[in-house]
Design a protein around this ligand. Sequence first.
Ligand code: GDP
Length: 366
Amino acid sequence: AKKNTKKDNKNQNLRCPIVCVLGHVDHGKTTLLDKIRKTRVAKREAGGITQHIGASEIPIDVIKRLCGDLLKMLKADLKIPGLLVIDTPGHEAFTSLRKRGGALADIAILVVDINEGFKPQTVEAVNILRQCKTPFVVAANKIDLIPGWNSKEGPFILNFNEKAQHPNALTEFEIRLYENIIKPLNELGFDADLYSRVQDVTKTVCIIPVSAVTGEGVPDLLMMVAGLAQKFLEDRLKLNVEGYAKGTILEVKEEKGLGTTIDAIIYDGIAKRGDYLVVGLPDDVLVTRVKALLKPKPLDEMRDPRDKFKPVNEVTAAAGVKIAAPELDKVIAGCPIRIVPKDKIEEAKEEVMREVEEAKIEVDDE
Ligand code: GDP
C-alpha cells in the first residue's frame, strides 16, 4: 500500500505535455487547432479548454469524456493533467521554442492532407522532428474529402466500418492512407500505420485520420497524443514542484499600460510574482523583477476589451503566461528564461548563459 501512495504522489506531479502542430501550408493546421480549441463536451458538464497566453490547455477529463469507450484501446490510465497545445502552428514556432537539449515541445502532431500527401514542408517537418528526437503522430487530415466518405464528428474508429461507409470509400481511404502517408514515411525511414493497427508504438508512427472541418478523429488524436506522451515522456514530464520556473520566450509584445511584456511558455517549475526574471540574451544576461504574471481574462469577466489580462500570483508548468517587468526592450523571442528568488539569481544566470551558448553551437553546426 505504501508503494502505491508513493506512485500516486509521483503521478500528481506530472505536468501537461507541450504539444506543437507542424505540416505543409494549407494542409489544415490552423483549422485543426481551432477545432481542438472549440472542443466542448456536453454543454452542462463542467470543464473545457483553458486559454493560456500562446497556448490552450485541454484538461484530461475533457479528453476522457470525448473518448468514452475508445480509451480502452490505450490499455493504460491517463495520469497526466491534460495537454498544453501551442496555438501557433508551423516549424518556425516549433524550432524557436527551444530548451536545453532540444525542442521545448514534448510531442508533435504532423498534419498531412490525406488527399495531397507529402509536400516539401512535410518532409522538412519530419526531418526537424527527427533531429530534435521529438516523438510525433500524423494527423491524416481532410478525410471528409475522400470520395463517398461519410464524415461525422466524434471518434474515427467508430465511423470506420462497412456499416458507416460505402465499400468504395473504404478502398479509396486505404489507397490514400498507403500511397500518400505510409509510403512516404517509409521512404523517410519511419515505419507507420493506422493507429489502431499499430502493435508497438515505440517502433511505428501512429496515423490518426481526422477531419478538421467535421471534427471526426479529434478524440482519437487527442487520446493518442496524451497516451504516447505519458508512455514515453514520463521522466520529462515530472514537474519540479520545489524548483523555480524554466521557460522560453514565445513573443515580445508592447501592451498598453504595461509597456514591453513577454509571452512565455513555462515548461518546468513554478513562477512567482515578485521573483526575479533572468533572461539569456545572445551576448548578455538580463536580470529584472517580475512586476506581474498575467493570464488571459475569461470572456465573461472582460468588461473592457482593453482589459484583457488577469494578474495571478503564481503559475505552474506547463503554462503559457505573459510577464510584465522593467527593461524588457532588449529581449527577443526564443531566449531562455528563469524566474527565481534572489538567492538563486547567480545559478539561473549560469544556466541561461550555458543554454544560449549551446544554441549558438547548434546553429553553427547547421
Ligand atoms: P494551414 O495552412 O495548414 O494552417 O491550413 P488551414 O487550416 O488554413 O487550411 C487550409 C484550407 O483547408 C482552408 O480552406 C480550410 O478550410 C481547409 N481545411 C482544413 N482542414 C480541412 C478538412 O479537414 N476538410 C476540408 N474539407 N477542408 C479543410
